[in-house]
Design a protein around this ligand. Structure first.
Ligand code: SAM
Length: 162
């Protein structure tokens, strides 16, 4: 598969899964966490499909297209390893949904990331809340849900806090 085909498949899967979770996430109280602003593509989509949810966005820096920039209150800038543990007072309640898009493509870096990320994101999530992540996480307090039909299980993982 060419890199172009792979990119299209990844973006298509992300959009299908994000949209498949809308009704379920809306049943849970609490804000949304977007880990990895990047170009702002998924943040822009999240704010479109969740008009009634507050969305807090995490990244090292604000490097997205200007039309997708969160306001200052909702952009939590810095290393997520530092900011996620201390965002509680700003974010308020526990999250109904976290979208995690911080995979590096390097297997060793990603192994290190999942090691520190799993307990931190567990701490931030509401019971019943959902996580969509490109990195497989070991989350003992969560159930791993199947992807929507037709979406391969290797790149997107859906979890629900029990
Ligand atoms: N969701 C984005 C989009 O749709 O445009 C793409 C996100 S991009 C693949 C990954 C982003 O995660 C990068 O902008 C990178 O700076 C950020 N990132 C990765 N690890 C991070 C960390 N530990 N702390 C803060 N930001 C991080």
């Amino acid at each position: 598969m060419s890199r172009l085909d792979s990119f299209i498949r990844r973006m298509t899967s992300q959009k299908i899964i994000l949209e498949s979770l809308i009704d379920k996430v809306n049943e849970v109280d609490g804000p949304i966490l977007e880990l990895g602003l990047g170009n702002g593509r998924t943040y822009d989509h999240l704010r479109e499909i969740y008009p009634n949810k507050e969305i807090f966005v995490f990244d090292h820096a604000l490097t997205c297209h200007p039309s997708c920039a969160p306001d200052a209150e909702h952009m939590i800038q810095g290393d997520i390893r530092d900011t996620l543990a201390f965002c509680g007072p700003r974010v308020g309640g526990k999250a109904s949904f976290a979208h995690i898009d911080i995979g590096s493509g390097d297997p060793t870096t990603d192994l290190a990331t999942v090691h520190w990320l799993a307990p931190m994101i567990d701490e931030r999530m509401a019971v019943g809340g959902y996580i969509l992540t490109g990195l497989e996480l070991k989350l003992p307090n969560f159930e791993h849900l199947p992807n929507p039909e037709g979406i391969k299980a290797d790149r997107n993982f859906i979890y629900r806090k029990t």
